[in-house]
Ligand binder design. Structure first.
Ligand code: GLA
Length: 336
C-alpha cells in the first residue's frame, strides 16, 4: 500500500507572536506545499527529499528526535515519536515551498509525514500532534498557528484562529486582492533563543495582568519591567489589529487592512523587536509601490519573508500566493 499526502505551507497575514498566549492569528494555507509518498511497511521510516542531499532514516522507537542527522530528519522523527505508528515505510519528499523562508516548510513536512504514516483524526488533532513534533525536533516552543493553518486551510479563505478556544473562522479573501511573499534575503533563524525569550516575556506579563487576550492597554501600567511591558503592548494591540483586519477583509476595505499591516510591522519592530533593518527596508520598499495596500514581516521574524497585499501584478519579485485547502491524503493499493 502507498500513501500520498500533501500539506500546504502558510503565510500569516496578521496576528504575529500572539498564538502562544492564546490570542488571534490570521494565516492562510498557500498553494505551495510538501508531498510525501510512502510505501507502507518495515520497522523504520526512510525518506529521500528532492531538497536535501541526505535521506532521513528514523527508527519507529526513536527516543531523541532533536539528536538526529541530517537536521531535516528531526522533523520526521518528531512526528514518529508523537504518532508512534506500528509500521514504517520508505518513500520520497518533494516540495514546492522555499525552505526556511518563513512559509512553514517544517509544518508542511510534519503534517504530510503524519498523514502518510496513517494519522487518523481531526485537523485540530493533527495540528496539535505536529506542533508537539516541531517542539521536540527544534526545541522551539512554537504555537499552534503553522500546523493548524496547514491542516485546516480552506481554498480562497484566510483563517481567523482564536488560539484560546481553537475555533477557526473562515474569512473570504476579497476578489482582486493579491497576497505576495517577498524574501528579505536574510535566512530566518527561529531556532535561536530569541523566540523562547519572547514567549517567556509574554508569560511574565500574563502573570501580572492575566490572559493577554483579554487584557487592554490600560492594564499595561501594572507591568513594572519596561521590556516586558513593551512585549505585552505588542501582543495586546496585535490581537485588536487582527480582529480589525478580519473586519476590514469582510467589508473589502483594503486600504484599512493595509494600514493595520503596517501598524503590525511597526509594533513588531519597536515593541516586540523581532524585525531586522533589512526587513524594515523591504517593507518600506513594498509599501511605496503603486497598487500595494500594505506590507509587514511575516512569521517569527529575525529574517525571512515580508507579506504584502496588493492589486494583482503590482509586485513581480516575490511569490504570489493563492489561499489553498488544507492537507490531504490518498491511499493506493497495487492490484494483486
Ligand atoms: C512561528 C511559530 C508560530 C508563531 C509565529 C509567530 O511561525 O511556529 O507558532 O508563533 O512564529 O507569530
Amino acid at each position: 500500500m502507498t500513501r500520498r499526502a500533501f500539506a500546504p505551507g502558510r503565510v500569516n497575514l496578521i496576528g504575529e507572536h500572539t498564538d502562544y498566549t492564546g490570542g488571534f492569528v490570521l494565516p492562510m494555507a498557500v498553494h505551495l506545499g510538501t508531498t510525501v509518498e510512502l510505501r507502507v511497511g518495515g520497522p523504520e521510516v526512510t525518506l529521500r527529499s528532492d531538497a536535501e542531499p541526505m535521506p532521513a532514516t528514523v527508527d519507529l522507537e526513536v527516543a531523541d528526535p532533536a539528536g538526529l542527522e541530517p537536521s531535516w530528519a528531526r522533523y520526521v522523527a518528531g512526528v514518529v515519536a508523537e504518532l508512534r505508528p506500528v509500521t514504517g515505510g520508505a518513500g520520497s519528499v518533494s516540495t514546492t515551498l522555499p525552505v526556511g523562508a518563513g512559509l512553514s516548510s517544517s509544518a508542511a513536512l510534519e503534517v504530510a509525514v503524519a498523514l502518510a504514516l496513517g494519522f487518523d483524526g481531526s485537523p485540530l488533532e493533527l495540528a496539535h500532534l505536529c506542533q508537539r513534533a516541531e517542539q521536540r525536533a527544534s526545541g522551539v516552543p512554537c504555537g499552534i498557528m503553522d500546523q493548524l493553518a496547514s491542516a485546516a486551510g480552506v481554498e480562497g479563505h484566510a483563517l481567523l484562529i482564536d488560539c484560546t478556544t481553537e475555533v477557526v473562522t473562515t474569512i473570504p479573501l476579497p476578489a482582486g486582492l493579491q497576497v505576495v511573499a517577498v524574501h528579505s534575503g536574510q535566512p530566518r533563524q527561529l531556532a535561536g533563543s530569541a523566540y523562547a525569550e519572547r514567549r517567556r516575556a509574554c508569560e511574565r506579563a500574563a502573570e501580572v495582568v492575566g490572559s493577554l487576550r483579554d487584557a487592554t492597554t490600560a492594564d499595561l501600567a501594572a507591568i513594572e519591567d519596561p521590556e516586558v511591558r513593551r512585549r505585552a503592548r505588542h501582543v495586546i494591540t496585535e490581537n485588536a489589529r487582527t480582529l480589525a483586519f478580519a473586519d476590514a477583509l469582510r467589508s473589502g476595505d483594503l486600504p484599512e487592512a493595509g494600514r493595520l499591516m503596517h501598524e503590525s510591522h511597526l509594533s513588531l519592530r519597536d515593541d516586540f523587536e523581532v524585525s531586522t533593518p533589512v526587513l524594515d527596508a523591504l517593507v518600506d520598499d513594498l509599501r511605496a509601490r503603486p497598487g500595494v495596500h500594505g506590507a509587514r514581516l511575516t512569521g517569527a521574524g529575525f529574517g525571512g519573508c515580508a507579506v504584502a497585499i496588493c492589486e494583482p501584478g503590482s509586485i513581480t519579485d516575490g511569490w504570489p500566493l493563492a489561499a489553498a485547502a488544507g492537507a490531504t491524503v490518498a491511499t493506493t493499493t497495487p492490484a494483486p
